[in-house]
Design a protein around this ligand. Structure first.
Ligand code: SF4
Length: 366
């Protein structure tokens, strides 16, 4: 970390002193608003890389909980995002956050009492649409582990109720500080996985697949429910057999009854991501696949190619772990029927399918 920026409005929050003590030696600057951070990052030769080397501590003045933005025409999982911060210290070629924030700056919200007030009130109301929540949409959930006790507090809060599950999603292995907590199986430790070739070519500073699986195995041994996300799957010659082998490797390491769900999603992107990948990851071949625009404006692999890959990998998962729920992130009926043999609507919808999986594996009441 090259520099810690603290918004003047954030300076008195307890989380700030914790982070300052854990980043001892890193130069600190106090600012009125983010403009100076933005200027500094934008002046760098690679503003995206520069945005990962600084940390901006700020107050979130909006809501912490918000529904995941699904899209009409695709089956959406009805997930709630817990917005704890933004951007990431790891660096993946396909990362949508590179094009989502302008500019992208590693940011952590420190008004945790506001977060816990909002979260506790919402959980107390037990709304039917808030059964699965996660922090891993605008950032990686576990990169904050060395800096903050937020995850530990969240794990304990969720462990004290019985109708919602928290998913912490990561490409890191930073689970150790969570293992002894009273999680009561209400926190799912989720690992994004990919083939070794895709990780080497596209995921800088992430943990190797073997290390992620070892962290998953350790988490399961401490009673944590798990999830795995094959997302984004990258098409290249021979990838099908390699993704099948990743699926088998997972279930050689962890018991299937510890796994809440496995998601499959192929690489998709808004067109403005392509020049960023080409510039920042010249060795990556991901922008040069056979893509067509989807109903949400995102570019996707040609549907028969997606479906063929999904069909093979879903079959490998079912063979290794017949009881595990497999789902697709943002796919239509035709893909579901061909790759899994049913449409989510036949089972009450995707949100219902995942709520039932969380009920079975995490014991939430639905
Ligand atoms: S780990 Fe996730 S959030 Fe971080 S750079 Fe990779 S895709 Fe983006």
């Amino acid at each position: 970390m090259e520099r810690l920026y603290i918004d003047a409005a954030a300076i008195d929050f307890p989380a700030v002193s914790v982070i300052r003590s854990r980043l001892a030696g890193v130069p600190v600057e106090i600012l009125d608003g983010p403009s100076a951070v933005f200027r500094c990052v934008e002046a760098a030769s690679d503003p995206i890389a520069a945005g990962k080397r600084v940390l901006y501590l700020a107050v979130n003045r909006g809501r912490f909980l918000r529904p995941c933005p699904g899209t009409r025409n695709y089956h959406c999982c009805g997930y709630q995002i817990l917005h704890v911060g933004a951007f990431c210290t790891m660096d993946c070629a396909y990362c949508i956050l590179q094009a989502y924030f302008h500019p992208a700056v590693l940011t952590f919200f420190v008004n945790h009492e506001d977060l816990f007030t909002e979260l506790s009130q919402t959980l107390a109301e037990r709304p039917a649409n808030v059964r699965r929540l996660g922090t891993g949409e605008f950032t990686d959930s576990l990169i904050w582990e060395p800096l903050s006790d937020l995850n530990a507090r969240l794990v304990s809060l969720f462990g004290a109720q019985d109708h919602a599950a928290l998913e912490l999603k990561s490409k890191s292995t930073a689970v150790d500080r969570l293992l002894g907590l009273p999680h009561n199986r209400k926190t799912i430790l989720a690992f994004s996985v990919n083939t070794g070739a895709a990780i080497r070519e596209n995921e800088r500073r992430t943990a190797p697949l073997e290390a992620r699986l070892a962290a998953a195995e350790k988490s399961a041994a401490h009673g944590f429910p798990l999830a795995f996300h094959f997302d984004p799957m990258i098409l290249y010659p021979g990838c099908e057999a390699e993704y099948e082998e990743v699926a088998r490797a997972i279930f050689r390491r962890v018991p299937q009854d510890s796994v809440a769900w496995v998601s499959l999603g192929t690489f998709r992107f808004m067109p403005d991501l392509k020049p960023i990948v080409a510039r920042r990851f010249p060795a990556s071949k991901i922008p040069y696949g056979e893509f067509i625009p989807g109903a949400d404006g995102k570019m996707r692999y040609y549907k028969p190619l997606r479906t063929a890959l999904f069909t093979r990998v879903a079959a490998a998962i079912r063979e290794a772990a017949p009881s595990v729920t497999v789902y697709f992130c943002m796919e239509d009926d035709a893909v579901w029927r061909e790759a899994l043999g049913f449409s989510p609507d036949e089972k009450g919808g995707l949100a219902r399918i995942l709520d039932e999986a969380a009920s079975r594996v995490c014991g939430i009441s639905i």
